[in-house]
Write a protein that binds this ligand. Sequence first.
Ligand SMILES: [Zn+2]
Length: 65
Amino acid sequence: MSRKIICPNPNCGYTGDARQEARGSMAVGCLLCLFLLLPGLIYFMFKSGYRYFCPRCGLQIGQDS
Ligand SMILES: [Zn+2]
């Protein structure tokens, strides 16, 4: 699952697939869910989704929530 981006950095101008990074740690969320259900669910609510970066210059393009 990747997203096509056009980098807004005028010195870069990269066009293509964005670099995708998970916002939260899945391991931490699972641990929280195991021991404390509610904080785990809250953690997933706030930390789910992905951030997108330009792979050439590292500029953050956007994020899904
Ligand atoms: Zn760029």
